[in-house]
Each structure stands twice: as C-alpha cells, then as structure tokens.
Design a protein around this ligand. Structure first.
Ligand code: MG
Length: 174
C-alpha cells in the first residue's frame, strides 16, 4: 500500500445528559437514569465516528450533511446517519481501515459495554470487530463531564482508497 492511499480523520461530539432520556452509545442502549439530549437520539459516539470517517474521506461533516435544523433528522436513529455516511465514503472510493474511540463519561461505568459498543460500530462501518477499539475514560470529576452533565466522545478513523488498492494489487502481481 502506498502511503497516499491511507488517510485518517478525527471526530468529536458532546451531548448534555438529562433525566428520563434513553442512553444510547454506539448504537447500544445502556441502563442509566439519564440519557443524552439531542435533535437526534443524541448518540455522541456514533456522531464522533461518523465525523471521523467523513473527515478521513474529505467529505462535509455531520452537521453539514444532517443539519439539526432539518425536521427530517428529529429523533433520528444515529445508526442510519452513520450508514449514510459510510455509503458516501464508499462512493468516494474509500473503505474504512479501523476506528478507535474514547468515550468520556463519568458514569455509567462502561467497561461491561465496551465490547458490545465496538461490535456495534464494526457492524455499522463494515469492519471486523478487532478493527474497532473502544476505550472509556472518566473526567476525574472535573468540569461538566466530571459532574455527569454530559458525555463526550473522541474518535479517529482510517480509510484506504479502494481503487488504488486494486491497482497496487494488480501492479504487485505483474
Ligand atoms: Mg451530536
């Protein structure tokens, strides 16, 4: 693989927590008294992953593609938005290489959910489970994240240009 076949993108998102909302992270519902508020289902993890993939492919970001002023995305399932983004990335000639995620959450403890979240992201992005990594960090009690007012997510994704992969494979065979 040539180095110019390989690109990376970064994504970040934060949503406020509120009582009486379902908590959905990475497309997985998590038992917790609070959930994330948003125009969509508030899934900060999938939003960060979506932006990382879009950024890697040089596409517009999630806010440009699925604006929160558009009623079509009211209470939207973020899995659908990610699937749409993955298709746009593919149409642009890229496939995802790997995704790495940090969830910044004081509570709930996510250790029991990390594998499930990783599998969910892998399924949605079209990756093998071992190509998606999910880490959970507290904010050491500091700031809005530490006071359980919000959950944030940082994600990075790599993509590989598919056309060049085929061309390189062909060249290697000759
Ligand atoms: Mg968001």
């Amino acid at each position: 693989m040539r180095t110019d076949d390989f690109r990376v993108g970064i994504g970040y998102d934060i949503h406020r927590l509120s009582e009486g909302r379902r908590l959905i992270l990475g497309g997985i519902e998590i038992a917790h008294p609070k959930g994330l508020i948003g125009h969509t289902d508030g899934d900060a993890v999938l939003h960060a992953v979506t932006d990382a993939l879009l950024g890697a492919a040089g596409l517009p970001d999630i806010g440009d593609l699925f604006p929160d002023t558009d009623p079509a995305y009211k209470d939207a399932d973020s899995r659908v938005l990610l699937a749409d983004a993955v298709e746009r990335v593919r149409t642009r000639g890229f496939r995802a290489g790997n995704v790495d995620v940090i969830v910044h959450a004081e509570a709930p403890k996510l250790s029991a959910y990390k594998a499930q979240i990783a599998e969910s992201i892998a399924r949605l992005v079209g990756l093998a489970p071992q190509d998606v990594s999910v880490k959970a960090k507290t904010n050491e009690g500091l700031g809005p994240l530490g006071h359980e007012d919000a959950i944030a997510c940082t994600a990075i994704a790599s993509v590989v240009r598919m056309v060049d992969c085929e061309r390189t494979a062909k060249a290697n065979r000759q």
